[in-house]
Ligand binder design. Sequence first.
Ligand code: CA2
Length: 143
Amino acid sequence: MKLLIINGPNINLLGVREKHIYGNESYEDLLRFIDEACQKAGVEHECFQSNHEGDIVDKIQQALGVFDGIVINPAAYTHTSVAILDALKAVNLPAVEVHLSDISQREEFRKISYAGMACQATFAGLGFKGYEKAILYLKELVK
Ligand code: CA2
């Protein structure tokens, strides 16, 4: 089983600012966390981060026939991107949405998630742990 783990814009800057919201740890720390979680779960994975909406759409399209599921934190594109929603619907792979922060308890504009409309589950407000929950959720779903 192989999972694609996508992170959207500015996630590469984790730990630099807004630490009270996103924590002290860096994107490299997140990659290490995901690597360990996947090893423990016995699943293969690839991580992809981009600041560009079209690149994320391309990566989702290319996932078909290569990956068994997608874990996605579309970051700010969560709240704007119908293109990412459509790409997830188009490939129709099992997908789980993750957010470090609890988007339901923040500004009004963060309460809408387009990508979430094509996802089987959402884990928000759990920090890095949300990625592990998403990986385990997909492992159960796909087996
Ligand atoms: O809580 C999440 O995981 C988010 O997807 C993070 C996004 C935000 O736009 C979403 O509403 C919720 C932001 C990603 C990282 O943004 C940074 C901002 C300042 C410094 C470092 C990263």
